[in-house]
Structure formats: C-alpha cells, structure tokens
Design a protein. Structure first.
Length: 170
C-alpha cells in the first residue's frame, strides 16, 4: 500500500502538468486569434481609429445594447476646420478610454460613440478632445439617443452631424 502512494503522486503531478501545459497552449492560441481579429478590423492607417466602414455597424450595436438595458448612446462628430487632421486623429485615439469608440469617417471628420454618458463624463470627454487639438480649430456636433423606441444609427449620426458648431478653445 505504501509503495502505491508515490506512484499515485507522480500520476497526479503528471496530470496536473498536462492540464497546465494545455491551458498555456490554449491561452496562446486564443491570444493569437484575438490579435488577428484586432488586426482584421478596418482601421484608418494614419490615426489608428476605426474605419468609416464599421462606424454605423458599431453604433447600431451600441443602440441595441442601450435599448435592452434602457441606457443611452452619445455620438459626437468632430470636424477639423484648420490644422493637421491626421495629427489630431492620432492624439484623439491616444486619449480615448473604454467604452468610447472612435472612427474616422472623412478626411477631416472624426466620430466618437459612447454609451451612458453623464454630464461629468461628457465634460471630461470634450476636454480630452480639445486637449488633442492644441493647434487645430474644431467644430463639434453631438446627439444623444435614450433607450426609448427604435434606435437608428444613421439618424443618430446625422443628428450629430447637423449639430456641428465651431468650438472656441480658451
């Protein structure tokens, strides 16, 4: 009986080692798949922001999520009137925080979508937008959809575009 105890411990140790190695292998495989999926999403090469092709799809997904949870979706459209739009886009991309999602929808136009944006978070977000444009002149439009009725990404984006006004930077 005593001679079986070390053999049992060796068997348990081998099984544990195999399970550990399997976990490491799966984690690497999932990590590679996630990295590939991240690279496959269309992005603007100059800014790193999502490409305009995924803009309406992503906003529609946020609207569906907000409709289920009774939340809201805020969309901002930012136009670079003067200055380097690529530079602004890169700096803007670097300042974004989850769950914010940014898109480049035109040569000088950037869009951002953010679920459940309260007044304090809105002020912070707009402060970061203006901070990313120390030498650019911007026009910003915004629209918010609240979880009542059907959300339409195209209408929300259009409403934000219609609300674009030039911003005075202090």
């Amino acid at each position: 009986m005593d001679s079986l105890l070390p053999l049992g411990l060796v068997a348990v140790a081998l099984v544990a080692l195999l399970v550990l190695l399997d976990g490491v292998w799966r984690r690497r495989r999932i990590g590679r798949a996630l990295d590939q999926a991240w690279r496959d999403v269309p992005r603007d090469a100059e800014t790193g922001l999502f490409d305009r092709r995924v803009c309406l799809q992503r906003i529609a997904a946020e609207l569906k999520r907000a409709g289920r949870s009774g939340g809201s979706v805020w969309v901002g459209v930012i136009t670079v009137l003067e200055g380097d739009a690529d530079r602004f886009g890169r700096l803007f991309h670097d300042t974004m925080r989850l769950p914010e999602v940014g898109f480049r929808i035109g040569e000088r136009v950037v869009c951002i979508a953010r679920p459940d944006l309260d007044a304090a978070a809105r002020d912070d977000l707009l402060g970061r937008v203006l901070g990313a444009a120390p030498r650019e002149r911007l026009a910003i439009g915004e629209a918010t959809w609240r979880g009542a009725g059907d959300g339409d990404a195209t209408r929300l984006l259009h409403a934000a575009s219609e609300a674009v006004r030039e911003v005075d930077v202090p």
